[in-house]
Ligand binder design. Structure first.
Ligand code: XMP
Length: 511
């Protein structure tokens, strides 16, 4: 079955991914494509509608991204947002002007709710405006359907040709009822039916993977994280035992995590899983190392070495499975919207495995859709909603040298913290929370005895992108309980502190 499609032409705006997500939240499949996609390609894709994103450029500039006039003659509805509206105006013979001053912030927009785009809206609505240029004269055939005090043409339509422009950003949360504008475009104007659901994605992907891979062999590096887990289960549903997963347990995972991963994949899904326990090998390499960047480097390199050795034993495989997801594709593929990639994301293809082709079953999905897919595949909720965990694992949460004893202390303290956060039902609202074993020892008293033991730091942050974040205001009684349990249950810890710094200036991890 072919999904209904909305094409999102990327003109370099900040919120392009958000637009795609909003459309998918309405159960309509959307794809972000470069603004200069050819007319032939558009026809081939046969979308139900097209959305032009905003962008930082000005239509007056010689090298600003433009589109062919033909796109408006395809009979496909178009919604131009911000720069998209200005470009529509410019291309169709209206007049765009430069304002002296940028208008930024949520603004009351008076709208004409007899337009299908604003069906069900009040006369005045708050939307986010962020622009310098504005539409002064509408193109022929268009009428005004929205205005603000400083922007007379804040929305326009050509009902007959199904062309719409809005100067504001419906995709952001500050635009109250913004999603409703997108919904109206999809259902009233593009006549979408909204049948994109994860269960049909899962069914469809399994079928496609079966056709693509057939009886050939695939290899997947399983980390226990959400993306690789979902990719592995999807693959195993398609090709069964022709999939081999390598799960490398470097001993730096959280308490019981290695066993949990093995249990789920071997028992529940009957996947061909090779678990390699190589804690000693990693600890030997890390002995005496205190510099965090060195730790990262050693772990990264050793990881590749072990994987290489194991992959060699398997021999040539036809497919290597990667857990690439849609934001990675948008960020690396288009490179238009200025997204800053974190230094943690390892790009490129591994050259240490002998394979013929890459298979990326999640490359069309956003993170929340990957999670939904995981649930649809019956992957346990605690794995599907697992908080991010860095590749170097607990190595960067033990300040200073890593030893087996320190690992045990940290695993136990961290496990108590996680347990109490879950008991307090805070595990879905705090995006990342963990314990850190500081390299600090201090004096304490236990019974009548003087102690001289470690300090554990607790870290908990709320964030959406992990680039910035605020420390979580965990209720005192929960912190108290965690602290008391840690000092009572974990040997060699006599003090617990809570990290109350946001990012920036601090980072989420301590190293
Ligand atoms: P920071 O500490 O930079 O972390 O604020 C932001 C996010 O990235 C994770 N992180 C890492 N992930 N390898 C990874 O795979 C790393 O070396 C690494 N360092 C930090 C961190 O857990 C947080 O989610």
């Amino acid at each position: 079955m072919k999904n209904e499609l909305i094409l999102i032409l990327d003109f370099g705006g900040q919120y392009n991914q958000l637009i795609a997500r909003r459309v998918r939240e309405c159960n309509v499949y959307s794809e972000v494509v470069p603004f200069n996609i050819s007319i032939e390609k558009i026809k081939e894709k046969n979308p139900k509608g097209i959305i032009f994103t905003g962008g930082p450029a000005s239509v007056f500039s010689k090298d600003s991204p433009k589109c062919a006039e033909e796109i408006f003659k395809l009979g496909i509805p178009v919604l131009g947002i911000c720069y998209g509206m200005q470009l529509m105006t410019y291309t169709l013979g209206g007049k765009v002007e430069k304002a002296n001053k940028r208008e930024y912030g949520t603004t009351n927009v008076k709208i004409d709710n007899s337009s299908s785009l604003f069906e069900g809206f009040d006369d005045v609505n708050e939307f986010l405006m962020s622009h310098t240029d504005y539409v002064e004269v509408l193109p022929e055939g268009f009428i005004n359907i929205g205005s603000t005090t400083s922007c007379p043409n804040a929305a326009m339509e050509n009902r007959k040709k199904k062309l719409y422009g809005i100067q504001f950003h419906p995709e952001v949360n500050n635009s109250v009822n913004g999603t409703k504008v997108i919904e109206n475009f999809l259902f009233n104007i593009c006549n979408c039916s909204g049948d994109w659901v994860i269960s049909s994605f899962v069914e469809d992907s399994i079928k496609k993977l079966k056709e693509k891979i057939g009886n050939k062999k695939a290899l997947c590096a399983l980390s226990g994280g959400v993306d690789s887990s979902v990719a592995a289960v999807l693959l195993s549903k398609a090709i069964g035992k022709n999939l081999t997963c390598i799960f490398l347990d470097h001993g730096l995972l959280r308490k019981n995590e290695g066993d949990e991963v093995e249990e789920i994949f071997k028992k529940q899904f009957d996947i061909n899983l090779i678990r390699i326990n190589c804690k000693d090998r990693f600890l030997n390499k890390l002995a005496g190392v205190t510099d965090p960047e060195k730790k990262r480097k050693i772990i990264g390199e050793e990881f590749i070495r072990v994987f290489e050795e194991e992959a060699k034993k398997i021999g040539t495989v036809d497919f290597l499975v990667q857990g690439t997801i849609y934001p990675d594709v948008i960020e690396s593929g288009l490179g238009k919207s200025s997204v800053i990639k974190s230094h943690h994301n390892v790009g490129g293809l591994p050259d240490y495995v002998d394979f013929k082709e890459i298979v990326e079953p999640l490359r069309d999905l956003f993170k929340d859709e990957v999670r939904k897919t995981g649930l649809e595949l019956s992957i346990p909720e605690n794995l599907v909603y697992r908080q991010p965990f860095p590749g170097p694992g607990l190595a960067i949460r033990i300040i200073g040298e890593i030893t087996d004893d320190k690992l045990t202390i940290l695993k136990n303290a961290d496990s108590i913290f996680r347990e109490e956060i879950a008991n307090a039902n805070l595990h879905k609202s705090i995006n990342q929370y963990f314990a850190v074993l500081t390299n600090l020892k201090s004096v304490g008293v236990m019974g009548d005895e003087r102690t001289y033991d470690y300090t554990i730091a607790l870290r908990a942050v709320e964030t959406t992108d992990f680039m910035t974040g605020v420390w979580s205001k965990i209720p005192y009684e929960i912190l108290e309980k965690v602290s008391s349990r840690i000092v009572n249950e974990v040997s060699h810890v006599n003090r617990v502190v809570y990290d109350i710094t946001s990012k920036p200036p601090a980072t989420i991890e301590w190293e």
